[in-house]
Design a binder for this molecule. Structure first.
Ligand code: HEC
Ligand code: HEC
Ligand code: HEC
Ligand code: HEC
Length: 163
């Protein structure tokens, strides 16, 4: 074989290698989902009663094996969370709760009021003011914190707390 006709030599080889490494890194990156286990059909019943179906079952029809907050505390202990928001509280009548930041069946605020546990781990919306992107190619990508809304300039907080 004529060495000079081999397409992947010198700079070409380096470029192709870099491209491959980039693709592999992106692929690995986007599979880093701490909540991947929540997609395992054998594990739904750890949290859910009945058989909810993605894209069909409305959150209002969900029943849980325990309080949502206790389900989260199984892995995210109070100690590990540091300062968090009060949960298992019923907001007073005069506080308007937006539909997307909903309460649980007991009308209590839970972790799932602000977080979407089944959400995407990454987002193109900056989640908080201080957060820096995990990737910068054509679109910036941030960790989502599974937030239901971005909290830039405390927008999430002001959704319930009037200024
Ligand atoms: C660690 C606990 C946990 C596991 C495991 C889990 N879920 Fe959930 N799921 C939740 C919580 C918490 C919510 C949010 C409830 C809310 O919005 O009020 C939820 C919401 C849902 C919803 C409503 C739509 C949505 O995305 O918010 C569906 C449907 C659902 N789960 C199906 C499943 C299925 C199917 C499995 C297994 C493949 C599963 N869940 C595993 C905790 C869990
Ligand atoms: C079986 C263990 C487990 C349970 C139960 C669980 N999580 Fe997680 N969660 C993880 C892991 C693992 C990660 C990946 C990052 C880490 O290690 O903190 C994660 C990440 C997160 C993150 C993003 C943290 C970050 O630094 O990016 C949030 C927010 C979160 N979980 C909220 C919740 C909420 C709300 C619940 C309850 C509905 C819940 N989790 C239940 C294991 C769990
Ligand atoms: C009022 C909204 C709100 C509620 C309620 C809430 N969080 Fe969060 N959480 C946030 C925001 C906003 C962030 C983003 C980072 C920050 O500002 O600290 C966050 C960050 C996190 C993180 C990643 C950073 C860290 O501290 O490890 C985890 C894990 C987490 N929340 C879990 C929970 C769990 C579990 C509960 C319920 C006990 C809960 N959150 C209740 C708004 C909330
Ligand atoms: C879904 C509605 C909702 C959202 C979103 C929300 N809060 Fe709250 N917050 C409440 C409720 C309900 C209380 C309980 C007291 C009350 O009824 O006013 C409360 C209480 C508080 C308190 C008093 C805590 C205490 O120990 O008495 C602080 C501080 C607070 N919130 C900060 C925040 C911050 C910061 C954010 C954004 C990360 C936020 N809140 C987002 C509903 C909300």
């Amino acid at each position: 074989m004529d060495y000079r006709s081999f397409p992947l030599k010198g700079l070409g080889f380096i470029m192709v290698s870099l491209l491959l490494i980039t693709i592999i890194t992106i692929a690995q990156d986007s599979s880093e989902d701490g909540h991947e286990f929540m997609k395992d059909p054998n594990r739904c019943q750890e949290c859910h009663l009945g058989k909810p179906v993605f894209g069909e079952t409305d959150y209002r029809d969900l029943k849980f094996t325990d309080y949502i907050v206790s389900l989260c505390h199984r892995c995210h202990t109070k100690e590990s969370l540091g300062r968090s928001h009060p949960v298992n509280i019923t907001p007073s009548e005069d506080m308007e709760i937006p539909e997307d930041l909903h309460l649980d069946e007991y009308m209590n605020m839970t972790c799932a009021t602000c977080h979407k546990p089944h959400g995407d781990p990454y987002t193109t919306l900056k989640p908080t003011d201080y957060e820096s992107p995990v990737r910068e190619f054509d679109v910036r990508t941030y960790r989502s914190y599974y937030l239901r809304r971005t909290n830039i300039q405390n927008a999430l907080c002001y959704a319930c707390h009037k200024r």
